[in-house]
Design a binder for this molecule. Structure first.
Ligand SMILES: Nc1ncnc2c1ncn2[C@@H]1O[C@H](COP(=O)(O)OP(=O)(O)OP(=O)(O)O)[C@@H](O)[C@H]1O
Length: 695
């Protein structure tokens, strides 16, 4: 809930800030709004031109457009032939018209078939590229962004980009413009004065439309932000529904959400009002054109009685085409004049998010990927060495939900009060003044980097001066108070973050020089909250198989070692054995069973380093005892290096070395008896736990 509170205050404060600073930031950020060119360059990423199809579709475009452009003139000829009573010409023209219609329909059918197939292929390709990029991002990115939000981006973003780059879209626009231009030529041929009059009104309409659009899109952007905030708040509330119910806070949360929804409706009303205004202006232009044309016809009719009948005959057609001219004026204002604002248009929201997503690059780089790509994975032997490692978490800038402002609040909470508060505020102000309206920060990346460096200096070290060496096959434990940096240490071994100060060596190689697939392929992890897929037990255990190949004997052996056999082969409780479905997040299993499956999954990977991060801390005494029994069995298993992080010291007494951590530093190390003899922090911790146990 703290997160939600943070978001709420952030939303209130940032909305107010946004109103007051909006114009100022808008001016300085003009360059950051992607141009139509940038948007199209981005689309090129996903475009794979099928030349045969491209040729067919373009040929179809041209033929259909020519037919469309020719139709009004064919009608004029037809009318003239009728007036001249030239029936053979009338027959010929009618024949031409029917042939044109047949050709047009056949080509349309062919195009439709083609669009259907190509759009489907394009959608799959786009979704795959978005997923590939998403999965290449660092863990930090996923810690900063909500799951529902990311899945929306993958789904909606792919859908919108597909519709934007589809061949169908091109044809539609192309045909629409050809049609309107040919109609305008028709109006011009009928009467240049009417053409001029219609054009002037259309341009005035387009300009007014442009200003309304700009205002509307500003409101849309605000609504967009509030909607995102609403999704975040809802997500947080639904995730914590158990907590809300147990604290009887349903009404409070409903009121909070209603308040957010009400705030949002003000902006939505404004958008609705502007939409109506646009409609009124379009209507006004149409009637002004109609009235003007009638006046022009009446005046010219009074002046020249010969032309009168021809012009009046054309009146009905001209009025139809006037409507096209109004549509053209609307399109000009939308597509050409207001192109930067298009990025914020609700319809394009997810495209903007996908663009932003692709701007985020993974910071953890795989240096050796090209040379070792096709090589079989070489597993590590399991030695780990930390040399003078200092670490602080990097500033988070990767949230697609304006992370910088959340960061700012985070930093205020995390900030060590002993450091200069005023300098942090200065830095925040600088960050604030540099924060973009929609997170488009790549173009002033230099400024951002400098600021980040400056900002990072203010962040607190989570690990300081860490030095230790673990030999292959050793059992090592890290203990210490909550927040002392134990889990951070594990994240560094898995290379979820890179250290900037000091070196981490695995098998005497700098961790940054080890291909990520070798590194992560060699590490098995079991943490406090084992995550299981909504599938059967066998799927969850064998998920750890590197190549997906395993034998039933191997599986059985792993089940025995990890303690899975003890429950899974009990025919009364688990009649389906390994094929038992575990439910969403393993809901159908107990904590101890889930934990044992997680251990089996980690072992199935045949890791050279097994990390147990509070693997038994969420279990009751009996389950803990069981899981611990199997962890003890593991110690002799294939000589793997085991790192145990535990609060309950009884679980680590047999470790070869125990490192005791306090405030990000290693305070003591040695085996259990050595540490007791040292009479320091470890002994105090043991004494404290015995006291709690006895009481
Ligand atoms: N992703 C993160 N971004 C920023 N700070 C973090 C992040 N994860 C942890 N921290 C901070 O790093 C410090 C060490 O956290 P860590 O999780 O390593 O401690 P721990 O010793 O494992 O604690 P516990 O025993 O409670 O799990 C804490 O102050 C925590 O707030």
């Amino acid at each position: 809930m703290q997160y939600l509170e943070k978001l709420k205050s952030f939303a209130n404060c940032s909305l107010q800030n946004e109103v007051s600073k909006k114009d100022e930031i808008q001016k300085s950020k003009k360059k950051e709004i992607p141009s139509q060119f940038q948007i199209w360059r981005f689309y090129l990423k996903f475009m794979k031109i099928d030349w045969r199809g491209f040729f067919i579709v373009n040929l179809n475009f041209i033929i259909c457009s020519l037919i469309l452009a020719y139709e009004p003139f064919l009608m004029i000829e037809l009318k003239q032939s009728l007036q001249e009573q030239n029936y053979s010409q009338v027959k010929y023209l009618l024949f031409c018209y029917i042939v044109c219609q047949i050709i047009e329909q056949i080509l349309h059918y062919q195009e439709l078939q083609y669009y259907f197939n190509t759009n489907d292929i394009a959608r799959q390709r786009i979704q795959k590229s978005i997923l590939e990029h998403l999965f290449s991002l660092d863990i930090q990115f996923f810690e900063d962004n909500k799951v529902t939000y990311l899945s929306n981006i993958v789904q909606e973003g792919a859908e919108q980009i597909t519709s934007e780059i589809s061949y169908g879209k091109f044809t539609k626009i192309f045909n629409q413009y050809t049609e309107i231009i040919s109609q305008l030529i028709f109006v011009y041929c009928q009467s240049p004065q009417i053409f001029l009059f219609v054009s002037v009104i259309a341009i005035i309409g387009a300009i007014i439309n442009y200003f309304i659009n700009i205002k509307k899109q500003k409101s849309e952007k605000n609504t967009d932000f509030q909607n995102e905030y609403k999704v975040f708040a809802l997500d947080d509330i639904i995730t914590n529904i158990h907590l809300i119910k147990i604290f009887n806070k349903e009404q409070n949360e409903i009121e909070n959400l209603t308040k957010i929804i009400n705030d949002n409706s003000k902006n939505q009303n404004q958008i609705e009002y502007l939409k109506q205004l646009k409609y009124l202006i379009r209507n006004f232009c149409f009637h002004a054109m109609k009235l003007g044309i009638i006046l022009l016809l009446v005046i010219s009719g009074l002046e020249d009685s010969q032309n009168k009948s021809i012009i009046i005959n054309s009146l009905a057609e001209i009025l139809v085409y006037v409507y096209s001219a109004i549509l053209l004026s609307k399109d000009i204002s939308k597509v050409i004049i207001s192109k930067p604002a298009k990025y914020y248009h609700k319809k394009y929201k997810y495209i903007g998010k996908v663009m932003r997503l692709f701007e985020i690059k993974p910071k953890i780089k795989d240096n050796n990927i090209s040379s070792e790509k096709n090589q079989p994975i070489q597993y590590l032997k399991g030695s780990i060495k930390f040399e003078n490692v200092n670490f602080k978490y990097p500033i988070t800038t990767d949230s697609l939900f304006k992370q910088k402002q959340i960061d700012k609040q985070d930093s205020e909470v995390d900030y060590d009060s002993s450091e200069s508060e005023s300098s942090l505020q200065d830095c925040n102000q600088e960050l604030d003044s540099h924060s973009s309206l929609d997170g488009f920060d790549s173009q002033n990346s230099l400024d951002q980097t400098q600021l980040k460096d400056k900002y990072k200096l203010q962040r607190k070290y989570v690990l300081q001066n860490i030095n230790f060496e673990i030999k292959p096959g050793q059992l090592v434990a890290f203990v210490g108070m909550s927040g002392s940096g134990k889990s951070t240490l594990v994240k560094l071994i898995e290379r979820y973050y890179d250290v900037e100060e000091g070196v981490i060596m695995l098998d005497d190689k700098n961790i940054k020089d080890i291909p990520l697939n070798y590194l992560r392929g060699s590490i098995g992890l079991v943490n406090q909250e084992p995550s299981l897929f909504d599938n059967d037990i066998e799927y969850n255990i064998t998920y750890g198989c590197q190549d997906g190949k395993y034998t039933q004997e191997e599986l059985r052996q792993i089940c025995d070692v990890s303690g899975v056999s003890e429950f899974v082969f009990d025919e009364q409780r688990f009649p389906e054995g390994l094929k038992t479905l575990v439910g969403s997040k393993g809901i159908k299993l107990s904590g101890g069973q889930k934990q044992r499956i997680a251990i089996a999954r980690a072992l199935m990977k045949k890791p050279s380093i097994l990390i147990l991060d509070e693997a038994t801390s969420s279990l009751d005494a009996q389950s803990e005892h069981l899981v611990q029994k199997y962890i003890d069995q593991l110690m002799g298993y294939r000589g793997i290096t085991i790192i145990v992080i535990a609060h309950r010291l009884s679980t680590i007494v047999k470790s070869d070395v125990i490192y005791v951590m306090e405030n990000g530093e290693i305070k003591e190390y040695g085996n259990h008896s050595q540490l007791i003899a040292q009479n320091g922090v470890y002994k105090r911790l043991v004494y404290h736990q015995i006291q709690i146990h006895n009481s």
